[in-house]
Design a binder for this molecule. Structure first.
Ligand SMILES: [Ca+2]
Ligand SMILES: [Ca+2]
Ligand SMILES: [Ca+2]
Ligand SMILES: [Ca+2]
Length: 368
């Protein structure tokens, strides 16, 4: 603006101050609006499992929620990792009609609840033989279910506000604590089954649900929960309302994750989180039991990215995809393939060369 232009502008302001004042107000607001837009981006971000892959087994009148929550989890595992579980009896064909369908899932729920027989051994289930659904009884029923119906396929883990877990069958892996958000997050992004036990903070009966999602305040907008970001909600499949995912606001109190349970309106805290998932073969991104081109494609597609999962090619669990993961893939190349198909897939050295070329490409891209 020239001096004469400035003089005209000042003159205009003096003649017509309200117009200039309005302009000034708008300009002053601009940074505020920009700030609002920024904070609006740091909204709730939802990270969810595919709800359609979950089971839909309801609770029964006798109150066998933990059994229903378990089976709804196991149906998810079977649907999500068919390469691992298709040849197992994770959900057995109880009525022997050569199909595994909803009626078998319902029977599984009742067996999980009241016990089953396998190889001449009686298992008591979560509520059978005088059991009352304690954390130990839920854990051990789950443990024996995997031993009997899908042996050697899976890894079980958990956090629970219990004691003496070292004496539980397979319980030495458990950590004695109220379940932490980070544990739930890590389990969720790994696509594990996660069953939660909840207890009212006042009086009432405990309940069990299957975790399906987490929502948090994503400050940096990367779609990924970071340690400085506030947990906001949990999503779960409730055996008392199986048709839809239920969401609840969470708060931390006394080191416990708490939320209001829709059915009673009371405040509940999470006292246990048990997880189950496939013991995946290193390099097997899609969990089909074979380490081959499709796994290499996942790795290549996500090369150099952060916030990555196993399915994206992060095999060493550092949540980024890079040379360490490529080495793991190469070391297991061809695992699970037939001899005949093995000859048609590239040699590990060729694979590393390919990945190296991809890495070179993405490095050039990021510099540009
Ligand atoms: Ca059947
Ligand atoms: Ca984030
Ligand atoms: Ca694979
Ligand atoms: Ca990695």
């Amino acid at each position: 603006m020239t001096h004469s232009g400035l003089a005209v502008a000042v003159g205009n302001f003096l003649r017509n101050p309200p117009v200039f004042a309005r302009l000034a107000t708008v300009c002053l607001l601009c940074p505020v609006l920009a700030l609002l837009a920024t904070s609006a981006q740091a909204e709730l971000v939802f990270f969810e499992k595919n709800f359609a892959e979950m089971g839909q087994v309801p609770n029964a009148g006798s109150g066998i929620c933990a059994a229903a929550a378990n089976i709804n989890s196991l149906v998810y595992l079977r649907n999500h990792f068919p390469g691992v579980y298709a040849d197992t009896n994770l959900i057995p064909d109880w009525n022997e009609d050569n199909t595994v369908d909803f009626s078998d899932e319902l029977t599984s729920r009742d067996k999980m609840a009241f016990g089953w027989e396998h190889g001449g051994i009686e298992r008591s289930g979560i509520y059978g033989s005088g059991n009352t659904g304690t954390a130990q009884q839920i854990w051990e029923a789950t443990y024996w279910w995997f031993e009997d119906f899908a042996p050697g396929t899976s890894v079980l883990d958990g956090q629970t506000w219990s004691s003496g877990m070292a004496t539980w069958e397979g319980g030495e892996v458990l950590e004695g604590t109220y379940p932490k958000w980070k544990f739930l997050w890590d389990s969720l992004v790994a696509q594990l089954d996660i069953e939660l036990g909840i207890v009212p903070t006042t009086v009432g009966i405990s309940h069990a649900v299957t975790l399906t999602g987490l929502a948090f305040d994503d400050l940096d907008g990367d779609g990924w929960w970071d340690a400085d970001e506030e947990p906001k909600q949990i999503g779960f499949l409730d055996p008392n309302k199986v048709s839809e995912q239920t969401w609840a606001d969470v708060t931390y109190s006394y080191g416990r994750l708490e939320f209001e349970w829709w059915q009673t309106g009371g405040t509940y805290y999470i006292y246990r989180a048990f997880t189950e998932g496939p013991a995946l073969i290193p390099g097997d991104a899609n969990g089909d039991g074979v380490v081959d081109e499709s796994d290499a494609a996942s790795l290549a597609a996500n090369w150099g990215l952060g916030n990555t999962t196993w399915e994206m090619g992060d095999f060493n669990g550092d949540h980024s995809v890079g040379p360490a993961d490529a080495s793991i893939l190469a070391a297991n190349w061809g695992y699970g393939s037939d001899e005949s198909t093995l000859s048609t897939v590239p040699e590990p050295s060729a694979l590393l060369l390919l990945i190296g070329m991809l890495a070179g490409c993405s490095a050039r891209k990021t510099r540009r």
